[in-house]
Structures are given as structure tokens and as C-alpha cells.
Design a protein around this ligand. Structure first.
Ligand code: IPM
Ligand code: MN
Length: 361
């Protein structure tokens, strides 16, 4: 099969971690007889440096022309990087938000799994993590506060900022359906997270999710308030199968969920639209503090490449081979610094990529 893949290396650790994911994809291609046709795309700070904007129309068109896009991370240090002297709509993050919107990537899947071998890196007590956990955070990605109208104005001499949180029923319905579809392939439980005791958008969310649930009688639905969910994630993460939630809550809860798996360097993600197209990226940021040091954990990006093979190309066997290779390096005791614990062997970004590629069979 020929895989037409857009590659956004991005900023910070992005180029380092994407290089390792491409290495693993090349190994998969070699063993399973595929060809990967990569198109390099500029986004974020890397695009600002060349074009003055974080995403050009041409890049959007090129991305649309690919079957899937693999991305590293974008953004820099807000205190020191000149990118943050620009107005907000020209900063690196604006490129990411625009590509999500332009490609209609409304469904963001962030699986948070505690690997047995990484229990040592998990900050929770052993009695809480015994037996591991495996949840899928389904974050709505093209609505809500991220895309509502915003402005900062002076009202009677008082600076006042507005960000509006809007959802219509269609936006809620399509992500809810996706969440229930995924739950059907898992443990058939959906926890819909909202703030329905305060927000109108959450009350509509709850109503629409209940309507959708009626079409999935086998799936157990529960509603949870977002503040309670933040607490439950550290108190009893095993209770979750699919967490279905709006954009901002999903942003926050997925970082929390990643930390209870040991490290944000382990958390893959897929952003999908109604077609097979997807944008695949690690959930972590560009980590400018460790960029260029060769110590970043490439595993989340490599697992994102596995998600790409599964969701955009239906190459389940190949995706499983990547997941097995990742499990194998962990079993063998190799760790990047973020997941290092006593008695293990610490390796850098490149070595981790080599090892995983080497374990592909
Ligand atoms: C993420 C990131 C982005 C987000 C930022 C970089 C705009 O934190 O993908 O979770 O908030 O969605
Ligand atoms: Mn985030």
C-alpha cells in the first residue's frame, strides 16, 4: 500500500520525536511491503520563521491532499521566543487551531494506558493502580471556548476580556456518536463530563448525549461533573473506559490523565473528521526546555503513528506490531529520562527510536 503522509515536525522537541516515528514507519514499510510518501509541512514557529504566519493556505491545501498527517509539536517558550511578540492570531498555537478547524478534526482521541512496566513512574499509590487502567479520552476539538468569539476591550476605563463558549446540538451529537462507537469496541462504558450545574452549554451537552445514548442500549452512560472527574482520575482511574467531553475540559483532563500513566511523553493522540483522514500527534507540548538535547521521549509520537496506521489506513496488524515493540522496549528495561526509575537503562531519543524499530516484527 502507498501511504501519503504529511509530516509536520514543528518546534521544540518536535523534529527529534518525529524523526524517530518516521524511522519506525519506515521499518514497518520495509517489513510489511508498504511505501510511505512523505510531504514535509511547515506549521507553528517553524512556519512563522519562513512565512511570517503559523500556517499558510498552501500548507492547508497540501495537508488536505495527504491521507493523514503526522505531527510533532508546536510552540516555544512564551517568555523568550520572539513568536510570542506577535499578536495572538499569528502565534504558533494559532496554526494548530486553524488546521484542526480547516480539516474539521472534531474528534480527538487520547488513550491513557498504564503500562505494567511503568507503574514505578506513576505518581499514584500502588493500591490505586493495581491491575492497571486503560481509558480513552474523547475530546471535542473544533468548538467551545477555543473557537468562540473573543475580544479584549475597555469598558468605562476597565479592561475587560471576553471568551465565549458555544456548542450547537450537531457539534455535540457527532462527537457523542463517535464516543459511543468507540465504547462499543471497548468496555462499553461512557462517562460524559460536563459542568451542567452551572453552564448552559453543558446542559445541552447532557441532553444531546442522552439522546445519542438511546441508540446504544449496550453502552452504560454516566454523567460526571468536570471538577469531580478531575478528582476521580487520581482517586480511582480504573473506573473509566471512555471519557466524552468538550474541548477545554478535554484539554485539561487529558494532561491529568497522561500524568497518572507516568508521563505525558507516553500519550498518543488522533484527531479525526468524518472521513479516514486524521492528524496524529503526541498529546505533550514542544518542551522547549529540553529541545535539541536528544533526551525527549519519542514513544507518544511513535504510538501516534500506530494510531495513524489503524484509523487512517486500516493497517491493524502493523499498528499492533508498533504497540508490541513499544511494550517490548519497556519490558527490556529501556527508559527515557521522563520515565526512568531505579535499575533501568536510560537511553536518549534516537536510541529509543532505534530500539523500537529493531523490535518491529
Ligand atoms: C493540546 C495543546 C493545544 C490545545 C495547544 C498547544 C493550543 O495543549 O493539543 O492539548 O490546547 O489544544
Ligand atoms: Mn493540552
Amino acid at each position: 500500500m502507498n501511504l501519503k503522509i504529511g509530516v509536520i515536525k514543528g518546534d521544540g522537541i518536535g523534529p527529534e520525536i518525529v524523526t524517530e516515528a518516521v524511522k519506525v514507519l519506515d521499518k514497518i514499510s520495509e517489513i510489511y511491503g508498504h511505501t510511505c510518501d512523505y510531504t514535509q509541512l511547515l506549521m507553528g514557529g517553524a512556519s512563522i520563521d519562513v512565512h511570517g504566519v503559523p500556517l499558510t493556505d498552501d500548507t492547508v491545501a497540501e495537508a488536505k491532499n495527504c491521507d493523514a498527517v503526522l505531527m510533532g509539536s508546536i510552540g516555544g517558550d512564551a517568555k523568550t521566543s520572539p513568536w510570542y511578540q506577535l499578536e495572538p492570531s499569528k502565534r504558533p498555537e494559532a496554526g494548530l487551531l486553524r488546521i484542526r478547524k480547516e480539516l474539521n478534526l472534531f474528534a480527538n482521541l487520547r488513550p491513557a494506558v498504564l503500562y505494567d512496566e511503568l507503574k514505578g513512574a506513576c505518581p499514584l499509590k500502588e493500591e490505586i493502580t493495581a491491575g492497571g487502567f486503560d481509558m480513552m479520552i474523547m475530546r471535542e476539538l473544533t468548538g467551545g471556548l477555543y473557537f468562540g468569539e473573543r475580544k479584549t476591550v475597555s469598558e468605562d476605563g476597565v479592561m475587560t476580556a471576553y471568551d465565549s463558549l458555544t456548542y450547537n446540538e450537531n457539534e455535540i451529537r457527532r462527537i457523542a456518536r463517535r464516543g459511543f462507537d468507540i465504547a462499543m469496541k471497548r468496555r462499553k462504558k461512557v462517562t460524559s463530563v460536563d459542568k451542567a450545574n452551572v453552564l448552559d452549554s453543558s446542559r445541552l451537552w447532557r441532553k444531546v448525549v442522552e439522546e445519542v445514548a438511546a441508540d446504544y442500549p449496550e453502552v452504560t452512560l454516566e454523567h460526571m461533573l468536570v471538577d469531580n472527574c478531575a478528582m476521580q482520575l487520581v482517586k480511582d482511574p480504573k473506573q473509566f473506559d471512555v471519557i466524552l467531553t468538550e474541548n477545554m475540559f478535554g484539554d485539561i483532563l487529558s494532561d491529568e490523565a497522561s500524568m497518572v500513566t507516568g508521563s505525558i511523553g507516553m500519550l498518543a493522540s488522533a484527531s479525526l473528521n468524518e472521513t479516514k483522514f486524521g492528524l496524529y500527534e503526541p498529546s505533550g507540548g514542544s518542551a522547549p526546555d529540553i529541545a535539541g538535547k536528544g533526551i525527549a521521549n519519542p514513544i507518544a509520537t511513535i504510538l501516534s503513528a500506530a494510531m495513524m496506521l489503524k484509523f487512517s489506513f486500516d493497517l491493524d496488524k502493523e499498528a499492533d506490531a508498533i504497540e508490541r515493540a513499544v511494550a517490548k522496549v519497556l519490558e527490556e528495561g529501556y527508559r527515557t529520562i521522563d520515565i526512568m526509575s531505579d535499575g533501568k537503562e536510560q537511553v536518549g531519543t534516537e536510541k529509543m527510536g532505534d530500539l523500537i524499530a529493531g523490535y518491529i516484527e
